[in-house]
Design a protein around this ligand. Structure first.
Ligand SMILES: *[C@@H]1O[C@H](CO)[C@@H](O)[C@H](O)[C@H]1NC(C)=O
Ligand SMILES: *[C@@H]1O[C@H](CO)[C@@H](O)[C@H](O)[C@H]1NC(C)=O
Ligand SMILES: *[C@@H]1O[C@H](CO)[C@@H](O)[C@H](O)[C@H]1NC(C)=O
Ligand SMILES: *[C@@H]1O[C@H](CO)[C@@H](O)[C@H](O)[C@H]1NC(C)=O
Ligand SMILES: *[C@@H]1O[C@H](CO)[C@@H](O)[C@H](O)[C@H]1NC(C)=O
Ligand SMILES: *[C@@H]1O[C@H](CO)[C@@H](O)[C@H](O)[C@H]1NC(C)=O
Length: 510
């Protein structure tokens, strides 16, 4: 074994000293002049289909992804299937219109094979406690009895038949009796009791859907390609060269699972995050790690990695502990990087599904996990969405060093913004947002971060100048947030949601 040269040892020592000095010297002091001017790297390490729809193009039957709600109208009786009382008993075919109890959410086994989850969360299946052929919705977990194949008519994909695991097709015998005992191929005609017309009540295009949609062989290849190409070194150069000083990077809990994350998630995002830290350092940018998707999902939206819209994070202590372990893992990995600015413990927990009590316990444990590895990283606590007081985290955060409250401001997603003029939207920024920020800002309390905003609204036919004024108003107001802000997002096929596009086309200047 060759011994190290003296000069090499000296070099190592000097590098070591440099590393120590940068890792302890560059994180800006709380409440000082430094303000985060960041952009989110949305749709990169946590999939959101609307940001990059082409990611889903190669999935067979990509309108049958996990969580998609299907409604089945029997052509023979002209009525919809329903889980009677929303689930827990029989499945009937006596509804003239379709809504919650008539919507069956897919759990995808593969491109043709599914479980159907009903309103009360049971799964449709054969009545195994009875004659084995009547259709019921009673199982709390799906097994072979709850597994069905959807067969589409070759020249009309919305005409389907459903084959049960006993090999027979479902048929509507009467409006109150649906059975799996239809033999033969049927005619696909309008009097065929095994034929249903489907309508979709919508679905999800998140990480669960894309990985399960491609399946275990293709998903690692498709995701690997996406992670390598969607955000590249040049993007960090662009961000640094256009007046921004940080990136907020949404990640999912599976990133901490090593080479074999729980199915259907696939490994590889961690390497992309390593690259992000490398490029951030090279271009002098800070990184905010944002846990965007927690085990069980902390909200019902696709960006929390949900399978079917169920929000189950925090219902068990185990899901909280698992999440703390993810924070521990990520902070340990990047604590020594001079680029690590902050760790955001959980994005957009939704009230009332996530209670303040549960969230506070988690935030305290998550904060401790960060502090085990870093005394300087800021710890960001996202306010709850839904019915929640925007000041509710201040008592907790005030007792924590270098803590930050994250709020997201969109003039969207509520009827309140539907019919406003350009000027009314701008007034909301200057008046309401200013007041909202003031409510959560205090001299000795946590810093405040507008971690997501966008220059998009419900105004139709707005001019470029209108957008420029709207963006400028937000930059001005959010520029006063004591921690700073982050635009949602850097890249998006929808132009105004792409900060890259907004900068390149002169809508936003920093
Ligand atoms: C559908 O059938 C079930 C079971 O007999 C019955 O309880 C329910 O009232 C019926 N609903 C309608 C709308 O006819
Ligand atoms: C889908 O899964 C079912 C049940 O495991 C299996 O019988 C079928 O061959 C699979 N189909 C495809 C296309 O993989
Ligand atoms: C039934 O389906 C099988 C397999 O697809 C096919 O070979 C057969 O011709 C069909 N029979 C009728 C009567 O359509
Ligand atoms: C969760 O973590 C806490 C603190 O480490 C521990 O006391 C508790 O037993 C854990 N609970 C579970 C379900 O693992
Ligand atoms: C917005 O305007 C449309 C068309 O005038 C109207 O139908 C709708 O109810 C309005 N929405 C709200 C929230 O006021
Ligand atoms: C903005 O503030 C005004 C005045 O307090 C209030 O009337 C209005 O409802 C608020 N609008 C929004 C969207 O919060």
């Amino acid at each position: 074994m060759a011994a190290l040269q003296y000069s090499q040892i000296v070099t190592f020592f000097l590098l070591f000293c440099f590393f120590i000095s940068v890792s302890h010297g560059r994180v800006p002091p709380a409440g000082a002049d430094f303000r985060v001017k960041a952009v989110n790297l949305g749709g990169w390490l946590v999939t959101e289909g609307w940001i990059k729809p082409s990611l889903f193009d190669g999935i067979p039957n990509n309108d049958f992804l996990d969580g998609t709600g299907l409604q089945f109208k029997s052509v023979a009786v002209g009525k919809y299937l329903a889980a009677e009382t929303g689930g827990g008993t029989i499945v009937v075919a006596n509804r003239t219109s379709a809504s919650g109890w008539e919507t069956f959410k897919l759990w995808r086994i593969n491109e043709t094979t599914f479980n159907f989850r009903v309103f009360n969360k049971q799964f449709v299946g054969l009545d195994k406690a009875g004659n084995g052929i009547n259709i019921v919705a009673v199982a709390s977990t799906p097994g072979i009895w709850e597994t069905f194949q959807i067969v589409r008519k070759s020249d009309d994909v919305n005409r389907v038949r459903i084959r049960a695991s006993n090999g027979f097709f479902l048929q509507v015998k009467t409006e109150e009796l649906v059975t799996a005992d239809f033999q033969g191929n049927g005619t696909w005609a309008d009097d065929d009791p095994s034929v249903f017309l489907i309508t979709s009540a919508g679905g999800y295009q998140g990480e669960f859907q894309v990985t399960n949609g491609y399946g275990p062989v293709k998903a690692p290849l498709v995701m690997g390609e996406h992670w390598r190409t969607f955000i590249v070194e040049d993007d960090f150069k662009f961000v640094a060269g256009n007046g921004l000083n940080a990136v907020r990077i949404p990640v999912g809990w599976w990133i901490a699972s090593g080479p074999n994350p729980p199915k259907p998630f696939v490994a590889g995002a961690l390497r992309a995050l390593d690259n992000a830290f490398f490029w951030a350092r090279k271009y002098g940018l800070k990184v905010i790690i944002d846990l965007h998707a927690a085990p069980g999902s902390q909200n019902p939206w696709e960006h929390s990695g949900t399978r079917d819209g169920s929000q189950e994070w925090g219902l068990t202590e185990d899901s909280i502990n698992q999440t703390v372990a993810v924070i521990d893992f990520l902070t340990a990995r990047y604590a020594k990087s001079p680029s690590l600015l902050a760790v955001e413990l959980l994005n957009e927990p939704l009230s009332p599904g996530v209670s303040l009590d549960t969230l506070s316990k988690y935030y305290k444990a998550g904060y401790d996990a960060v502090r085990r590895h870093s005394s300087t990283a800021y710890v960001i606590l996202s306010n709850r969405l839904g019915p929640a007081d925007s000041t509710e985290l201040i008592p907790l955060a005030s007792g924590l060093t270098r803590s930050v409250i994250d709020v997201h401001y969109y003039n969207l997603f509520s009827d309140v913004y539907s019919n406003l003029t350009v000027q009314q939207n701008i007034d909301i920024i200057q008046t309401n947002r200013t007041a909202q920020l003031a409510r959560i800002t205090s001299a000795n309390g946590p810093l405040v971060f507008v971690g997501e905003w966008v220059a998009e609204w419900e105004v139709s036919g707005a001019t470029k100048e209108d957008y420029q004024r709207f963006a400028a108003a937000q930059l001005e107001v959010y520029g006063r947030a004591t921690f700073g802000w982050a635009y949602w997002t850097l890249k998006n096929v929808v132009n105004h949601w792409s900060l890259e596009w907004m900068i390149k086309n002169g809508y936003i200047k920093l």
